[in-house]
Design a protein around this ligand. Structure first.
Ligand SMILES: NC(=O)C1=CN([C@@H]2O[C@H](COP(=O)(O)OP(=O)(O)OC[C@H]3O[C@@H](n4cnc5c(N)ncnc54)[C@H](O)[C@@H]3O)[C@@H](O)[C@H]2O)C=CC1
Ligand SMILES: O=C(O)C(=O)Cc1ccc(O)cc1
Length: 375
């Protein structure tokens, strides 16, 4: 086991490759080398393997098993004593390919896109320990530094779970995107529908758009490369077909069947407590969305290392007799921590302008955005 191992990234120019380089260099103080056909080709595959102690595969899902097989061939035994990792969204095929090497092997799957933050704090990460021996102490240090909520699983269990957690969620939302594309134009288009939004619609549209905004190869490969996705889609289609047939029939028996097959049985399966918990989670998201929709707000970046800065911020409003509707801590699109202060619509606009000036002038924070505050 190396105390300061050199890290090799296969796929170093990709979105996770670039994040991992920063993480290993800046958070763990390690030397990082890489290879990527898209612009990081100084080292051959063999030279990269020879130069590192830990090799991390962060290449596209579909290519990764064959990329790993190629590295196993190129390594031809010199990988003995190394640790090989991957972060692919499927686990069985990449882990099996890595196990054909002589290296110690751990499959990882962070359950989030490469974050804007320096660590994976607050996000889940699946850890498939396939062959770990002398690297265990370093692995533990690495996982602690990553700050993710780690969940251990074997590769097959991971893929079965992901058919539900990712495959099903992506499939239903990609289908929603297609249905909206086909049917929304008849009723005013997406913008025409917007004022009619329910909380559920708003949340689903956000998920759909997140998928559409992402790397299409990932969503494609998650459907095609996980063998448990096709049987899941089969079940999904059965239930949607059933629902359509029942609605077409339209009689009382069909209504009873919908209730029994798609509501009562699933409610019983989930259990009273988790249904109540999920329903409350939805309600809270509804309140949050309502607050975020309020047009009058000030977004303030507060320096994190100053105790009492939130109190100072609030006193600016108190001194000017301004009522606050809501306070949320959130992040800017760039990942910067900020407080979003929703202000009462009844308030005096000039008092608000004055408050904003005071926040900056008194060095309390920086107003990064303000809306609806014109006099
Ligand atoms: N982006 C995300 O949201 C998440 C991605 N992952 C996993 O991370 C891995 C990488 O994803 P991203 O960084 O988002 O993809 P990406 O497409 O941004 O990066 C992949 C990189 O691999 C390179 N590459 C292709 N063939 C290669 C080869 N033979 N040798 C070396 N490099 C090669 C590409 O040129 C590209 O730069 C995937 O396996 C994905 O499943 C996991 C969790 C989340
Ligand atoms: O967009 C997000 O935040 C995601 O959740 C994306 C994502 C894509 C692929 C993964 O394997 C894990 C997460």
């Amino acid at each position: 086991m190396e105390t300061a191992p050199r890290i090799g990234l296969v796929g170093s120019e990709g979105s996770y490759g670039r994040w991992l380089r920063r993480f290993f260099e800046q958070r763990m103080g390690l030397r990082v080398l890489g290879r990527d056909p898209a612009g990081d080709t100084a080292l051959s595959e063999r030279e990269l393997i020879e130069s590192v102690d830990v090799l991390v595969f962060c290449a596209p899902i579909r290519q990764t098993p064959s990329v790993i097989r190629h590295y196993v061939e190129q390594a031809a035994g010199i990988e003995r004593g190394q640790l090989w990792l991957d972060i692919t969204s499927t686990k069985a095929a990449p882990v099996a390919a890595m196990l054909n090497s002589q290296a110690e092997v751990v499959g990882l799957h962070p359950m989030s896109a490469a974050p804007k933050s320096a660590t994976l704090r607050g996000r889940a990460m699946v850890v498939c320990e396939a062959r770990v021996d002398t690297w265990r102490p370093w692995l533990e240090r690495f996982l602690a530094a990553a700050e993710a909520d780690c969940v251990r699983a074997d590769a097959e269990q991971h893929d079965r779970v992901m058919a539900l957690v990712q495959g099903m969620v992506h499939a239903t939302h990609m289908a929603q995107g297609a249905v909206l594309r086909e049917l929304a134009p008849e009723v005013g288009g997406l913008e025409g529908i917007r004022p009619f939004s329910s909380v559920g619609y708003e949340l689903d549209v956000a998920v759909t758009r997140r998928i559409l905004a992402g790397n299409p190869a990932i969503y494609q490969d998650i459907q095609f490369e996980n063998p448990y996705v096709a049987p899941m889609l089969e079940r999904l289609a059965v239930h949607l077909d059933t629902l359509r047939d029942l609605v077409r029939r339209g009689d009382d028996d069909a209504r009873d069947q919908l209730r029994e097959q798609l509501l009562d049985r699933s409610r019983q399966y989930a259990g009273k407590a988790s249904v109540a918990e999920g329903s409350y989670a939805f309600e809270r998201l509804g309140y949050l969305l309502a607050d975020l929709r309020e047009p009058r707000f000030i977004n303030v970046f507060l320096p994190l290392d100053k105790p009492g800065s939130l109190r100072a911020l609030l006193s600016v409003f108190e001194q000017r007799n301004i009522n606050l509707d809501s306070i949320h801590s959130s992040r800017s699109a760039e990942g910067e921590l900020l407080f979003r202060i929703g202000v009462s619509r009844a308030g005096d606009a000039s008092a608000l302008q004055d408050a904003m000036k005071a926040i900056e002038a008194e060095g309390i924070g920086r107003v990064v955005e303000a809306s609806g505050l014109a006099a």
